[in-house]
Design a protein around this ligand. Sequence first.
Ligand code: SF4
Ligand code: SF4
Ligand code: SF4
Length: 359
Amino acid sequence: MNLTLHLTADCNLRCRYCYETHCKNHMTWDTARQAVDLVFSYGHETNGLSLFGGEPLLERGIDEEICRYAKAEARRRGVSVRFKMTTNGTLLDESFLKFANEHDLEIALSHDGLLQDRQRLTRDGRPTREKLEPVVDLLLRYQPNAVALQTVTPETVGGMAESVAWLHDRGFARVNSVIDYRPGAGWDDGSLAVLREQYEAVADLMEARFDDKRPLLFLPFLTKISAYLNDRPCLECKLGMRQPSVAEDGSIYPCNQFLYLPEYRMGHVSAGVDRAKQHAIYTASLAPEPDCEGCAILDRCRHHCACLNFSLTGDMHRVAPVQCEHERILIPIADALAERLYEKKSARFLLNYREDGLE
Ligand code: SF4
Ligand code: SF4
Ligand code: SF4
């Protein structure tokens, strides 16, 4: 059983593209403990908890309590539990990284590389890249495979590829990149054309560095290529089943973007999941997206993400035009990259072609 715990919406940064409310509510230890108990009540052998914010390290005491308690419970029950956290890094230090490694807590760093100081600022508007330099070293020393998560906007997309190269040179083998999908972000034909060029440049870079001792693994491409190589359509949504979200007050929702919407509340950690409501939400999510019928890349596209659709269009089955266009840009570039790696007999590519995906 997997759960995402929304520990706080608050944050000590004010990134230009942030969609968080930054309200001060936070999860109490009592609520967090009930959430952990709920995870184990399902009796699954493998379990996961995602510690989510805002900035989750603002709640460091609760983070640590959750990991300690869940690990002890897992040991007692003879099952496993792992943890994930994405942090802005400003509160990350060596003692927490030691703790993380002792408790199977995987940390991803939100970092925009060369774009960092244009987008990721303190509450009073100061840059953050220099302050994070020692944190990057520490993180990579304790977790060498940590992911750097970069966000690009229409204003900064022209620097995306250079920034991916910088993050790789800085020591991150795994780099993820997401586009700022917020309504009003301002994507238009011009900025989408730049996005295409930038993805092509990242594909060239990944091709050149793919067989290095420390390869560049750009996750948006790898996800698409792995799904194709394994003859497996991109993952289904399984809304409300895969990884429900727990709000600060303990209410349970099907996924992140449905938080606080009363019509999607499907229980509380103190009483468990309302199975009938959960099933109704899941069943509703299975309906096809009407605009996608007959699309040639239906099986490769992320059209099914109810969260993303709902947050952009207000309808879990309606894909925003910018998202559709993004998938149409990304997928052919990922496929062409896979073809080039195959043609040039990339050792890493061929190894993974025979085995189980590329990640
Ligand atoms: S670090 Fe994350 S939560 Fe904090 S302001 Fe930036 S995007 Fe928002
Ligand atoms: S709504 Fe999106 S993020 Fe949530 S489970 Fe479905 S695919 Fe995953
Ligand atoms: S590319 Fe567009 S139309 Fe095709 S499946 Fe994706 S979202 Fe739907």
